[in-house]
Design a protein around this ligand. Structure first.
Ligand code: SF4
Length: 304
């Protein structure tokens, strides 16, 4: 079971814990959509429904401690899985219930359209990206399948790539599979991702290879941290090409949450810097710039 102090900190940050090791939270962009404002960039780029997004994790644990992580990484850092393994069906049921309770608070808000809120209560998109490393959860393949059995239209999985065997175990593939690629060489990886495992870089390389054979929307996300991984975009290209990812997202590190304990506002690149970085990739690879969102400081490239 999770210790009381960890539960209290998670609860205070608006997480709701489900079972022994999962959690759900309402994403900032879902709240914005409920208020009738702009959806998240994934709706713009890929057409998912921000309003009906369920953001969760089956793993309140991570085997990395990335400098740029906005989550409270002091709470859950383990090199591998420990403890009980909950049933995927129970995790999903619990997340849907807790999410509904979190949304109840909008009921009294006169600015919120009740029909919109009613629709928001019915999630159809699952974002397995809330926190931690989801592929550490031993039944990640079952969980993805179960979301589709529950009638979800789309399921996104975001992984740091350090559990290639989990990617190999996937049967029903996620709609979008993301691998976070923050570093372009092993030294930079150690410095920026602070892995709790010895062979993290090699495992990431293995995951990129596995990704190259997957028949789904594959995405490499590069979180750009000014001055730490932004000076040599060319060095990222061999890894991107190895993965043959369908999309590459060049996204700014955002100076929010607990990352403020480790980085400064100067580490947040400007939209201009991101465009320049993406341009270099476009000029030296099989990718073309496809779209951008300035409010999210992101440029999207697509493989041709
Ligand atoms: S897809 Fe991601 S950014 Fe968009 S609403 Fe869901 S959790 Fe938020």
């Amino acid at each position: 079971m999770i210790e009381e102090w960890k539960l209290a900190r998670l609860y205070k940050s608006q997480y709701r814990v489900v079972g022994n090791h999962s959690a759900v939270k309402i994403c900032h962009w879902t709240k914005e959509a409920i208020r009738g404002r702009a959806p998240c960039y994934k709706q713009t780029f890929y057409g998912i429904k921000t309003l009906q997004c369920l953001e969760m994790t089956p793993a309140l644990t991570c085997n990395q401690r990335c400098l740029h992580c906005w989550r409270d990484i002091t709470i859950f850092s383990e090199p591998e899985w420990k403890g009980p393994v909950d049933e995927p069906k129970e995790i999903i049921k619990g997340c849907i219930e807790e999410r509904k309770k979190l949304l109840i608070g909008f009921k009294g808000n006169k600015k919120v359209n009740s029909e919109v809120l009613e629709r928001a209560m019915q999630p159809v998109h699952a974002a397995i990206s809330l926190t931690g490393e989801p592929c550490l959860y031993p039944r990640i393949a079952d969980l993805i399948e179960e979301f589709f059995s529950f009638g979800f239209e789309s399921v996104y999985l975001v992984t740091n790539g350090t559990v290639p065997e989990a990617l190999e175990s996937l049967r029903k593939l996620p709609t979008n599979l993301y691998i976070s690629l923050t570093a372009s060489n092993p030294e930079m990886y150690k410095k920026l991702c602070n892995p709790l495992i010895k062979d993290g870089w090699l495992r990431l390389q293995k995951s990129l290879e596995i990704m190259s054979k997957m028949k789904t929307n594959t995405v490499i996300r590069i979180t750009m941290i000014n001055g730490l991984n932004t000076e040599n975009p060319n060095e990222f290209i061999p890894h991107i090409e190895k993965a043959r990812a369908k999309y590459v997202e060049c996204k700014a590190y955002m100076h929010v949450g607990y990352s403020k304990d480790r980085l400064t506002e100067q580490h947040m690149p400007s939209m201009e810097k991101i465009r320049e970085f993406a341009k270099v990739i476009e000029e030296n690879s099989n990718y073309k710039i496809k779209d951008e969102r300035t409010d999210s400081r992101i440029v999207l490239l697509e493989r041709y």
